[in-house]
Design a protein around this ligand. Structure first.
Ligand code: AMP
Ligand code: MG
Length: 403
């Protein structure tokens, strides 16, 4: 194992090629599908909407039938949810938003333009065909692909599946991920801190990240910094989870046992990436279960999870989109990087003189997690690159990195 830093793309190509795609599926009520991944394509079994309907409250008629200044008799009333009978020629029908258009009508006049008289309706302005009608199948035509396999279900996908009439959907089984934090200095929140101790932060960051990623979590106890306990706990976690994510203990100190255990008792296939923060990231396996050894610093955990573990998890989930696209926006700061590591800075978008720019949190130390709370995303400082104020750099919103 060399101590060379692996470029991110190379590391990702390696990781993704090894990611086991989940093949088990489960059928669940649509109400329980939020945040889950579709295990199959869904085609529209019928047109959505199933019939032409009105987009306004008003009057349906045949445009040709209206003679300006002559009242048009209202022969019918069509509430939403009723099946209209054909429109009597030379008349109009009272209609409501979502009501089906009666056969024989070719336009709907909104009620704000209509004066109701004893003899019928008078219309203000032009009467043209094909107005205010939502056409049958305009959302989805029968037989067309509504949502593809590998799509993550957000609110809108949940609604669309309902519009197809589905009460149950077939989903990819959740990935089970074990979280393991290492460090003799760590204390769980709720207990007093002794000298030299800090609270275990990463356990909670990872718990929430994995929930957002749609994974089931196996929470392991905090690990003491010994070789034996590290090995035993990793081996136990390997039997309980599809993937293990550890934090801490992957650096070069003699108390850093995770990488050493992977090397000695499992497999270490990647160590040290050309990214900042997150250089000591390790990847390997124990008893055949893949292990991400994330660094210990809280901001490094967030960055490495988002930039490295998330694409891997998406691949396991059979997602159709693996890599975030990001967006190019002007920087509001100057940075010259002399490092061979690509830097991910905690950043957010701010409006400067009416222009959207990327602002970076002033303290980018990997121990400063408040930088990530201030931020809405990560901005990329290229390896050995110079970013001058106004130059375009890549920005990834957290929402996209976690989508
Ligand atoms: P390590 O890689 O184990 O040397 O950890 C690097 C830094 O991250 C040290 O300052 C640790 O105290 C800190 N750290 C490690 N794990 C955690 C954790 N779970 N919560 C908060 N800080 C941590
Ligand atoms: Mg440690």
């Amino acid at each position: 194992m060399t101590a060379q830093l692996t470029p991110l793309e190379e590391a990702l190509a390696h990781l993704l090629s090894m990611a086991p795609v989940i093949t088990e599926t489960e059928r669940l009520p649509l109400t329980e599908s939020f945040g889950r991944i579709l295990a199959q394509d869904y085609l529209a079994l019928a047109d959505v909407p199933p019939a032409d309907n009105s987009s306004v409250d008003g009057y349906a008629l045949r445009a040709e039938d209206y003679v300006p200044g002559q009242a048009l008799f209202v022969s019918d009333r069509i509430p939403a949810g009723s099946a209209p009978k054909p429109l009597e020629p030379g008349t109009a029908a009272r209609i409501f938003t979502g009501s089906e258009i009666p056969a024989g009508a070719d336009t709907v006049i909104m009620q704000e333009r209509v004066e109701v008289t004893d003899n019928g309706i008078l219309i203000d302005g032009d009467v043209k065909a094909d107005r205010n009608i939502r056409r049958r199948g305009q959302d989805l035509a029968k037989g067309s692909l509504a949502l593809g396999k590998g799509t993550k279900i957000r609110a809108q996908e949940m609604g669309l599946l309902a519009s197809l009439g589905l009460a149950e959907v077939t989903l990819v089984k959740k990935l089970r991920v074990a979280i393991l934090s290492t460090g003799d200095e760590l204390v769980d929140p709720g207990k007093p801190l002794g000298p030299g101790q800090i609270y275990n932060t990463n356990r909670f960051t990872l718990l929430a990240l994995l929930a957002e990623a749609g994974c089931d979590v196996v929470l392991c106890d905090t690990l003491r910094d010994t070789r034996t306990e590290t090995r035993e706990t990793l081996e136990r976690a390997a039997t309980q989870a599809d993937l293990i994510i550890t934090s801490g203990g992957v650096s070069v100190g003699e108390e850093d046992h995770v990488r050493a255990v992977l090397e000695a008792s499992g497999e270490l296939s990647l160590w040290r990436l050309a990214i900042k923060p997150g250089k000591p990231l390790a990847f390997g396996s124990i008893k055949g279960t893949p292990v991400f050894g994330l660094p210990g610093n809280p901001a490094s955990v967030l960055v490495t999870f988002l930039m490295v573990a998330m694409p891997y998890i998406r691949t396991c989930q059979g997602r159709s989109r693996i890599h975030p696209a990001g967006q190019k926006l002007p920087a509001a700061f100057n940075i010259t990087s002399s490092s061979v590591r690509r830097e991910f800075v905690r950043a957010r978008l701010e409006s400067v003189n009416g222009q959207t720019q990327i602002s970076a949190y002033p303290n980018q130390s990997s121990g400063v997690l408040s930088s990530a709370c201030w931020a809405d995303g990560l901005a990329v400082i290229p390896e050995q690159g110079t970013v001058a104020e106004g130059s375009l750099i890549t920005y990834f919103p957290f929402t996209e990195l976690l989508s």
